[in-house]
Design a protein around this ligand. Structure first.
Ligand code: HEC
Ligand code: HEC
Length: 181
C-alpha cells in the first residue's frame, strides 16, 4: 500500500517537472549581456555606465514646499536647495542653524523631533542635547531629483492619521506593540 503511494506521488512530480520544463523552454532565453536595467551598456562594462542625472529642486529654504512622508515616521525628504549648506562637518552644521527647536520658529523650519534628542540605544533622554548619531543629517535626509523611475514604484504607504502624513512622532510610538500598556 505504502509503496503504491510513493510511486503515485513520484509520477505526479515527474509530470509537474515536465510541464514546468516545457514552460521554461518556451520563455525566450536571455544572455548575460541582456540582464539588468541598463539599456546602453552591459553589466560587464563599467566604463560607460553613468548614474542618471537630474535637477535638484531649486527653491530656497523658506520657499520650498515639504514633500510629505514616504511612509509613517520615515525621515522627511529635504524639499529645499542645499547650496552653501554642505558639507556637514564637525565644526559646522548649517542645518542646525534653522532646524534646532530654538531657531526653527523664527526660520519657519520644521524643528528637530524629540527622537533626535534621545539616545534610542540606551533609552536615555538627552534633555535637549542633540544625539551625536543625529549630527550627520544627510545620512538619513536626502533631497529629491526629478528623474524617471527605472522601475515604477507601486509602494503605497498606510498612514494611521492625517497628521502622520506630514509630521513625525517616532519617539511616542516606538514601543507600540512591544511594551505592555
Ligand atoms: C536657512 C534655514 C535652513 C537651513 C540652513 C536648512 N533648512 Fe531645512 N528647512 C528650512 C525650512 C524653512 C523648511 C520648511 C520648508 C520651506 O519653507 O522651505 C525646511 C524643511 C526641511 C525638511 C522637511 C521637513 C518636513 O517636515 O517635511 C528637511 C528634512 C530639512 N529641511 C532638512 C535640512 C537639512 C538636512 C539641512 C542641512 C543640510 C537643512 N534642512 C538646512 C530651513 C532650513
Ligand atoms: C539616523 C537617521 C537620522 C539622522 C542622522 C537625522 N534624522 Fe531627522 N529624522 C529621522 C527620522 C527617521 C525622522 C522621522 C521619525 C522621527 O524621528 O520622529 C526624522 C525627522 C526629522 C524631521 C521632522 C520633524 C517633525 O516633527 O516632523 C526633521 C525636521 C529632521 N528630522 C531634521 C534633521 C536634521 C536637521 C538632522 C541633522 C542635525 C537630522 N534630522 C538627522 C532620521 C534621522
Amino acid at each position: 500500500m505504502k509503496g503504491h503511494r510513493f510511486i503515485l506521488v513520484g509520477s505526479m512530480l515527474l509530470v509537474c517537472a515536465l510541464a514546468a520544463g516545457s514552460a521554461f523552454a518556451q520563455a525566450k532565453a536571455r544572455s548575460e549581456d541582456e540582464i539588468g536595467l541598463r539599456q546602453e551598456t552591459t553589466l560587464y562594462d563599467e566604463t560607460k555606465a553613468m548614474p542618471a542625472h537630474g535637477e535638484y529642486g531649486k527653491a530656497e529654504a523658506g520657499k520650498s514646499k515639504p514633500l510629505g512622508r514616504a511612509f509613517e515616521n520615515s525621515p522627511p525628504l529635504i524639499p529645499h536647495d542645499l547650496t552653501g549648506m554642505l558639507p556637514v562637518v564637525e565644526t559646522n552644521n548649517a542645518c542646525l542653524n534653522c532646524h534646532m527647536p530654538e531657531h526653527a520658529g523664527a526660520m519657519g523650519a520644521t524643528p528637530l523631533p524629540k527622537s533626535h534628542f534621545f539616545d534610542i540605544d540606551t533609552g536615555k533622554d538627552l534633555k535637549g542635547q542633540l544625539d551625536g548619531k543625529r549630527y550627520p543629517c544627510m545620512q538619513c535626509h536626502v533631497p529629491q531629483v526629478n528623474i524617471p523611475e527605472a522601475i515604477k514604484n507601486t509602494f503605497k504607504a498606510d498612514f494611521r492619521s492625517k497628521k502622520s502624513r506630514t509630521s513625525s512622532n517616532l519617539l511616542d510610538t516606538l514601543n507600540e506593540g512591544v511594551k505592555a500598556e
